[in-house]
Design a protein around this ligand. Structure first.
Ligand code: PLP
Length: 396
């Protein structure tokens, strides 16, 4: 199935997740895309070497630049997000760093949502600050805060929606409009929602980023990242990736291709399990606060309904203080304490001690990362078992 062929029927998402980007292999007809585990590709002649590497004619040279297994992954990811192009990276942080390195230069100004993954915040305030990238963090739930932060050097607006960890949303249409009107590039880290639940490019956002380590892999067995957008935007990001060497390995690309084939099915179940868990937590008097965009009580639930088709697999709850949050995690038996999310297994963590530990107390306060906040990545176990585990740990 070639998604670029004009007469391709309008296949559904689940069909495309299975077929897009993956033709039987030309050499032996292997149905699963082979792992082209090679650093370089042989040329027939010096002329062919020059044609491919200097004149960029079709064919492969070197895996840091391009590889057939990685190409298949990039095609499938682009298809699922409705993107012109995709660049697969070695990790989500590789994708984020490659985006800033490709699109920004010294002295440029970036506006960033304050509630974002801790390492992204760290990248901006340490490594990229040494390269003189200027950053303003804003509460991005209100587009006027973004508008007010725009200055003459603003090059890029970088946001997460839903955000890590507090599941805050950003009005994608409003941000895209704001950015386009002023010639600024808008970037959304769509890791928490995933392409099944939210398609930021369709709302006018320029560039979408994923930590493929999460839902795209789905099985917690590989790191990966991706950047999606139009070919023009991605040209300089591709150049940054190749020159920095943040290319994904063919083996990890194979694992992500395998995971992607069940992404829509998995996301449907993650959404359903998370909703049931969120409702159970919300009804539990021992839990002071439950945060999930699918709950009517979420302050941005109406916005969520307009830009998300499902609300994702992460549910947060605030136990009020550090001790209570620790006690819940230490008491779970089925749910595992771990840093990641998007796995088939349910994973629980306390952002203050893990994903957001590098932030200063002031930064955590501004970002709304409270000591009692618990992040639960609801997995694909039978939901009754997940709830029974929480019941044993929290009580009611
Ligand atoms: N973006 C978000 C929203 C994340 O939660 C993470 C990791 O937790 C990353 C990016 C970084 O991804 P990776 O760990 O694959 O580098």
């Amino acid at each position: 199935m070639n998604n670029n062929t004009p007469d391709t029927p309008p296949y559904g998402e689940t069909t495309r997740a299975i077929h897009a980007g993956q033709e039987p292999d030309a050499a032996f007809g292997a149905l699963a895309t082979p792992i082209y585990q090679t650093a370089s590709f042989a040329y027939d002649s010096v002329e062919q070497a020059i044609a491919r590497s200097v004149h960029l004619e079709e064919g492969y040279n070197y895996t840091r630049v391009a590889n057939p297994t990685i190409d298949a992954l990039e095609h499938k990811l682009a298809d699922l997000d409705g993107a012109e192009e995709c660049i697969a990276f070695a990790s989500g942080m590789g994708a984020i760093a490659g985006t800033f390195l490709g699109l920004c230069g010294s002295g440029d100004h970036v506006i960033c949502g304050v509630n974002i993954y801790g390492a992204t915040q760290g990248l901006l305030t340490t490594v990229l600050q040494r390269w003189n990238l200027q950053v303003t963090f804003v509460d991005a739930r209100e587009p006027s805060n973004i508008a007010r932060a725009i200055g003459p050097d603003t090059r890029l607006i970088y946001l997460e929606s839903p955000s890590n960890p507090s599941l805050q949303l950003v009005d994608l249409v409003a941000v895209a409009q704001l950015a386009h009107d002023r010639g600024i590039i808008s970037v959304i880290d769509n890791t928490f929602a995933g392409s099944s639940n939210q398609q930021p490019l369709k709302h006018g956002i320029d560039v979408v980023i994923y930590s493929a380590t999460k839902y795209i892999s789905g099985h917690g067995d590989t790191l990966g990242g991706a950047v999606l957008g139009n070919a023009h935007q991605l040209r300089r990001i591709r150049q940054a990736q190749i020159l920095v060497g943040a290319t994904i390995s063919p083996f990890n690309a194979f694992l992500l291709l395998r995971g992607l084939q069940t992404l829509p099915l998995r996301m449907r179940q993650h959404n359903a399990n998370a909703m049931a868990v969120a409702r159970w937590l919300q009804a539990n008097p021992a839990v002071p606060e439950t945060i999930y965009p699918g709950l009517e009580s979420h302050p941005q639930h109406e916005l969520a309904k307009t830009q998300m088709s499902g609300f994702g697999g992460v549910v947060c709850f605030d136990m009020g203080n550090d001790d209570a949050a620790r006690a819940v995690q230490n008491a779970t038996k089925l749910i595992t304490i771990a840093s990641s999310l998007g796995d088939v297994k349910s994973l629980i963590s306390q952002p203050v001690h893990l994903s957001h530990r590098y932030l200063t107390p002031e930064e955590r306060k501004f970002a709304g990362v409270t000591p009692g906040l618990v992040r639960l990545s609801v997995g694909l176990e039978d939901v009754e078992d997940i709830i029974a585990d929480l019941d044993g740990a929290i009580g009611s």
